[in-house]
Design a protein around this ligand. Structure first.
Ligand SMILES: Nc1ncnc2c1ncn2[C@@H]1O[C@H](COP(=O)(O)OP(=O)(O)OP(=O)(O)O)[C@@H](O)[C@H]1O
Length: 220
């Protein structure tokens, strides 16, 4: 469970968001500039709230009044961006292993196989990111994030840079992730159709404020 109650001033823009996120996929929906990325950056620990609290699975990761700010690298939160941000000089297998190593986790061959099968990336392991399609790159980025065993996965418009055809190709993998990976997700999108397929709960943001909260019905 994720509890967020934060305020942040960014230049002229003020963000004030409060919600309790439950379920497998919290869809963060809003137009461009609504504050979605700023909010996920705060959850990730990359941006510090001016005021407020963030609690993940009962652990307070931010509490400005108490002076608590758990650094990003200690939150065990995975982050997948619109552009996959793979390391270009490493092949897919090395990219996949990176998150696990950085987090000091022992190899887990069973999980490794499960994630590779789930995302269907077994044939790509020897390739460098430059030799992958945009959709393949995103699948590898998802795999890399999952293999670091996060307790929450943040996905910021992971299909945003893909054309319609590629989006349709990746969506089934995200549905599988939701149903089989057992990691809760915050999924950022400005695309209501995408969220209808994936989200189990919607947090709607408008101009830095949460305007609706509920099931996917709030999108209609
Ligand atoms: N460091 C900053 N300084 C000043 N303004 C900022 C800063 N970061 C973000 N903003 C402003 O805050 C607002 C929200 O930005 P944010 O990136 O969170 O929105 P978003 O909903 O993710 O938009 P998009 O879908 O276009 O990525 C925007 O108006 C942006 O210009």
């Amino acid at each position: 469970m994720l509890r967020v109650d934060v305020e942040k001033q960014l230049g002229e823009f003020s963000l004030q968001a409060s919600f309790i996120g439950e379920g497998r996929v919290i869809g963060l929906f809003g137009a461009s500039g609504a504050g979605k990325t700023s909010l996920v950056n705060m959850i990730a620990g990359l941006l510090r709230p001016d005021r407020g609290t963030i609690v993940l699975d009962g652990e307070t990761v931010d509490d400005t009044a108490a002076g608590i700010h758990v650094p990003a690298w200690r939150r065990r939160i995975g982050y997948v961006f619109q552009d996959a941000r793979l390391f270009p000089h490493l092949n897919v297998a090395q990219n996949l292993d990176y998150g696990r190593k950085m987090n000091g986790l022992a190899p887990d061959p069973a999980q490794h196989t499960r994630v590779i099968d789930l995302l269907d990336i077994g044939t790509l392991l020897g390739r460098r990111p430059g030799k992958l399609s945009g959709g393949e790159r995103q699948r590898v980025a998802l795999g890399r994030a999952l293999l670091a065993k996060p307790r929450l996965l943040l996905l910021d418009e992971p299909l945003g840079a893909l054309d319609e055809g590629r989006k349709l190709e990746i969506l089934p993998y995200l549905v599988r992730l939701r149903d089989e990976a057992n990691v809760p997700m915050v999924y950022v999108s400005h695309d209501a159709a995408e969220l209808r397929q994936l989200a189990t709960q919607i947090v709607m943001l408008k101009q830095g404020r949460v305007t609706s909260l509920g099931g996917v019905k709030v999108l209609s």
